[in-house]
Structure formats: C-alpha cells, structure tokens
Ligand binder design. Structure first.
Ligand SMILES: [Zn+2]
Length: 54
C-alpha cells in the first residue's frame, strides 16, 4: 500500500472490478487548459475507475 492514489482514482491499481479510464478532468492529456499538470490523475491522463459500482 505504498503507492499513492490520485484524487481521480476510484480504486487502487490492480483492484478487482476496476479499470483504467481516461481522466475526465484533462481528457487524457495529463495537463489542464492552463498548462498545469492535472492533479486529478496526477498527470498520467488516466484514472483507476471502479466498474459495477457498489
Ligand atoms: Zn487528468
């Protein structure tokens, strides 16, 4: 559990029932319109999204 989770992540990487999805805040670019690094996904452009909900 040493890997940090980004604010946009709904689940930790590798969590069963979750998967990667394009970050809705930066649309996969990893940067915001003002050129700053996207904090929602940590600049990766993708988030870990829970599937199926719960
Ligand atoms: Zn983002």
């Amino acid at each position: 559990m040493s890997e940090p989770i980004n604010p946009g992540d709904e689940a930790a990487p590798g969590t069963p029932g979750s998967g990667e999805d394009v970050c809705p805040a930066c649309h996969g670019t990893g940067k915001l319109e003002d050129g700053k690094s996207c904090q929602n996904c940590g600049g990766s452009g993708v988030i870990q999204e829970g599937i199926g909900g719960g």
